[in-house]
Design a protein around this ligand. Structure first.
Ligand code: SF4
Length: 218
């Protein structure tokens, strides 16, 4: 099986193994998506949706967030956790959008990354969902560990791994690759991998090595 076919098999099996729950932060404008995604850090989408329902009614523009009272905003986002940082991010996003982007969410990855609280993963997600423009695969610590083990790349830096994965997968699958590699990295392909319980064992070039040696890290 060539690498591209193996990559497809891997994603197909991971999708089966870790079905996405279908819940996602609710939004109807790019601004609402940005706010929802920032609030979703370390928080469930369900909780974010509870919090954003009144929030989106109250703050309808970037300027409204820019002018928000920080203590009030902290109270309003309190139950999503990390409320002080998140309130600061929301106000900062409002300010930057209002001052630099005429109140609109920008449509490029580099500009999205200027927004406080917006990570690479969030920026890729916003580009794909709000503007229907998949821009890439975010490589976090799990993807960084799992992709080389699966023999999908020989590289070990996030930039190079991301670029190689983006050649192997269709752009419509970019968000799913990130999501499923992370779920697999958390559940099975941990720093000390559980290869004996892995659905990818037969397509993973590292499985034998780990099973034979019990080696802990790549
Ligand atoms: S077989 Fe082992 S190393 Fe390969 S993906 Fe599964 S857990 Fe990770």
């Amino acid at each position: 099986m060539n690498k591209r076919a193996r990559a497809a098999t891997i994603l197909r099996r991971l999708r089966r193994e870790y079905p996405l729950k279908g819940e996602f932060v609710r939004w109807s404008t790019p601004l609402e998506l940005v706010i929802g995604v920032v609030l979703s850090a370390q928080c469930t989408d369900k909780k974010v949706n509870e919090v954003t329902r009144p929030l989106f009614k109250k703050y309808r523009t970037a300027r409204a967030y820019a002018r928000a009272n920080i203590r009030t905003l902290e109270r309003e986002v309190h139950s999503t956790g990390f409320y002080r940082s998140k309130a600061r991010y929301l106000k900062g996003i409002g300010k930057l959008l209002d001052e630099k982007f005429k109140g609109k969410v920008p449509r490029t990855l580099d500009e999205l990354l200027l927004l406080p609280g917006v990570s690479y993963k969030s920026a890729h997600l916003i580009m794909a969902k709000a503007f229907n423009t998949p821009t890439g695969i975010a490589v976090d610590t799990h993807v960084l560990r799992v992709a080389p083990r699966l023999g999908l790349t020989k590289h070990h830096t996030p930039e190079k791994i991301g670029a190689e994965l983006e050649k192997l997968y269709k752009s419509k699958d970019f968000l799913d690759v990130n999501e499923h590699f992370i779920m697999h990295g958390r559940a099975i392909c941990k720093p000390k991998p559980l290869c004996g319980s892995c659905v990818l064992q037969d397509v993973c070039p590292s499985a034998k090595k780990f099973l034979r040696t019990g080696k802990k890290r790549t």
